[in-house]
Ligand binder design. Structure first.
Ligand SMILES: [Zn+2]
Length: 183
């Protein structure tokens, strides 16, 4: 698992090459009050954070959360025949999921799981997760389906093991095809 925090750089004034005898009076001013992104080393635009906008939106910060780490680990360990390449994915609007490609499908089919819109907490009674599948169609459109029961309610999974079973069920449902209620 790559969930350890890698800290790079820092912030503050850096003035290098200050004038010294014999020089022509030219000096090089380094970074001025800038914070460096701890993930990519880029410039941080926001205040009070140490990661850049790009790294936030590619899920770098979320990939460090305990929920995402545990779920990705469980997917890699228990579903290698079913999914590959589990990672955190930003779906827009600050919502994140853990997603992985479904193995053995001819197109781009992914399973996703999340605590509705975040991936912070490990699945539990207090923090249920949901499961869905989406695919990218040859005509350029995307469609998806999330696990629902007979009453149309979204199915919630309250443990890691239950979530893994939910992923198996969702992929099996996807492979049935026609019975799905796509959105
Ligand atoms: Zn960054």
């Amino acid at each position: 698992m790559v969930c350890a925090r890698a800290r790079v750089g820092g912030s503050g004034w850096r003035r290098r090459g200050a004038m010294s005898p014999g020089m022509s009076g030219v000096y090089v001013e380094g970074m001025v009050g800038m914070t460096v992104c701890r993930f990519c080393g880029g410039v941080v635009e926001g205040r009070g954070v140490d990661y850049c906008r790009g790294c936030y939106y590619r899920g770098a910060t979320m990939s460090e959360s305990s929920g995402a780490c545990v779920v990705i680990g469980a997917m890699v360990a228990s579903l290698p025949e079913l999914v590959a390449g589990a990672s955190v994915d930003h779906t827009g609007g600050g919502c994140f999921v853990v997603s992985a490609r479904v193995v053995g499908e001819p197109g781009d089919v992914f399973v996703y799981v999340s605590e509705y819109s975040a991936v912070d907490d490990v699945p539990s009674d207090d923090h249920p997760w949901i499961v869905g599948v989406y695919d990218f169609r040859p005509d350029g459109t995307t469609r998806g389906v999330e696990g629902r029961d007979r009453d149309g309610d979204v199915v919630e999974y309250r443990s890691v093991d239950a979530l893994m079973d939910g992923i198996r069920d969702a992929v099996a449902l996807y492979r049935q095809g026609d019975a799905l209620d796509w959105f």
